[in-house]
Design a protein around this ligand. Structure first.
Ligand code: ZN
Ligand code: ZN
Length: 356
C-alpha cells in the first residue's frame, strides 16, 4: 500500500519536507480525525504530532505514520526533522496565517520555510481524484443524505418553520449514522428561496410555497451535498416553469459530463439551458464544485473554471438554480463521479416536482 504522504513526498527535492496544518489534509494523510495537531512529512517518513488528549486513540488507529506526543514540542519537532534531513520545509500558504508563519520561524530557526503555494497545489491534486475506497465513503455519506430527504418529506407541512424542518433533517441524518452535518442545513421557504445560501429562520411554511433544502451528511470525514426543492399544497405556473427549467438544465449537464469536458464547458451545459429560457440573469453561482474531505473543493464547474478538463474519479456537484428576488427560487443538486464515458450519480432521491 502506498500511503498518501508517500505520494506527496514524491514531489520533494533533496532535503525537503512538508508541514501540514489544515485538518482535512491531515485527515487525508493520517486516516484519522485529527484535531489541533501537526503532520510532518519527509522523503522517508511522516509523523503525526499530537498531545495527551488524542494519543490513546491515535496509537490505536493511526497506521500510516509515526506518532509523536512531545513533552518539549520545539525540540522534538526540530529533532525529528533533523533525523529525516529536512532543511527546507513547505508550508500551506493558503492556510498558515502570518502570525503562525512567524511562530514557526522561531520554533525552527535552522529550517527554511517555503510558502510559495507548491504544497497547496500538490495536496489539491492528491484530493481531487478519489480512490475507489474514497468514492465508496462518499457514496455512504450520500446514502444517509438521501435517507434524510425521504424522512423530511413526511415532516414538511404548512405551519412549521424553516428552522424546525432544518432541525428534523439534521436529526434524521444523525440518527441514520452521520458523524455530523457536512455544513449547516439550508431550508428556505417561499420568497426566502431566492437566497441561494439563506439561513433557516422563523419563516412559517405556507400553502403555495416552494421549499428549497440544501444539506449533506459527514461520515468518516467525507462530505455529501444535495439540494431538492419541493412544493407545499399547490404550484403556480411561474413556480412550475422555473422548476422545469432548472431540472432540464440539470439533466442536460448530467447527460453531457464526462472525463475531458472542461470546467467551463461543464458549467455551460446547464447555464445555456437556463439562459435560453430567459433566466440567465437569475443564476448567479457556478453549476458545481468538487466535494471530498471539504464541502467545497476543486474542481469548480463555473464560467471561471477555464479549460481545466475533468478527470476520471473526480466528484462534483451539479446544482443549477433560478432565484427570483422577492419571489422565490429553485435549485436541484446531485453529486456525481466523473467516469470515462459519463457519470456515476451518487444521489438517488427523486427529482420530479413533489407537492406535499
Ligand atoms: Zn449543496
Ligand atoms: Zn453544493
Amino acid at each position: 500500500m502506498v500511503w498518501e504522504w508517500q505520494r506527496l513526498a514524491e514531489h520533494f527535492e533533496k532535503g525537503e519536507g512538508a508541514l501540514i496544518t489544515a485538518a482535512p489534509d491531515q485527515r487525508l494523510l493520517t486516516h484519522f480525525p485529527v484535531d489541533d495537531a501537526h503532520v510532518l512529512v519527509a522523503a522517508d517518513g511522516a509523523v503525526l504530532v499530537t498531545d495527551s488528549r488524542y494519543i490513546e486513540a491515535a496509537e490505536r488507529d493511526v497506521r500510516s505514520m509515526e506518532i509523536l506526543c512531545p513533552k518539549n514540542f520545539n525540540e522534538e519537532v526540530a529533532a525529528w526533522l533533523a533525523r529525516h534531513e529536512v532543511s527546507r520545509l513547505h508550508v500551506q500558504a493558503g492556510h498558515v496565517s502570518l502570525s503562525s508563519f512567524g511562530w514557526w520561524k522561531t520554533v525552527l530557526p535552522q529550517v527554511e520555510l517555503v510558502g510559495d503555494g507548491a504544497l497547496d497545489g500538490w495536496l489539491a491534486a492528491l484530493r481531487t481524484v478519489k480512490t475507489p475506497e474514497q468514492i465508496e465513503a462518499i457514496r455512504r455519506a450520500q446514502a444517509l443524505t438521501d435517507e434524510g430527504f425521504a424522512y423530511i418529506l413526511e415532516r414538511i407541512e404548512a405551519g412549521r418553520t424553516e428552522r424546525e424542518v432544518a432541525l428534523d433533517l439534521e436529526f434524521a441524518m444523525r440518527r441514520a449514522g452521520a458523524e455530523g452535518m457536512a455544513f449547516d442545513c439550508i431550508v428556505v421557504a417561499g420568497e426566502n428561496g431566492s437566497l441561494p445560501h439563506g439561513v433557516p429562520g422563523d419563516r412559517v411554511i405556507r400553502r403555495g410555497d416552494l421549499i428549497t433544502m440544501d444539506f449533506g451528511a459527514k461520515l468518516d470525514g467525507w462530505h455529501s451535498d444535495m439540494t431538492r426543492t419541493v412544493a407545499v399544497g399547490e404550484v403556480a405556473d411561474w413556480q412550475r416553469e422555473i422548476y422545469d427549467t432548472v431540472l432540464k438544465a440539470q439533466e442536460a449537464c448530467l447527460r453531457g459530463l464526462k472525463a475531458g469536458v472542461t470546467c467551463a464547458a461543464g458549467d455551460a451545459l446547464a447555464r445555456d439551458v437556463i439562459k435560453a429560457a430567459g433566466y440567465g440573469a437569475y443564476f448567479g453561482h457556478g453549476t458545481g464544485h468538487g466535494v471530498g474531505l471539504q464541502i467545497h473543493e476543486a474542481p469548480s464547474l463555473s464560467p471561471r473554471g477555464g479549460d481545466r478538463p475533468l478527470q476520471v474519479g473526480e466528484i462534483v456537484t451539479v446544482e443549477p438554480g433560478i432565484y427570483l428576488p422577492g419571489k422565490g427560487g429553485v435549485r436541484i443538486e446531485d453529486m456525481v463521479v466523473i467516469t470515462e464515458n459519463g457519470i456515476d450519480n451518487l444521489t438517488k432521491s427523486p427529482k420530479n416536482l413533489i407537492i406535499l
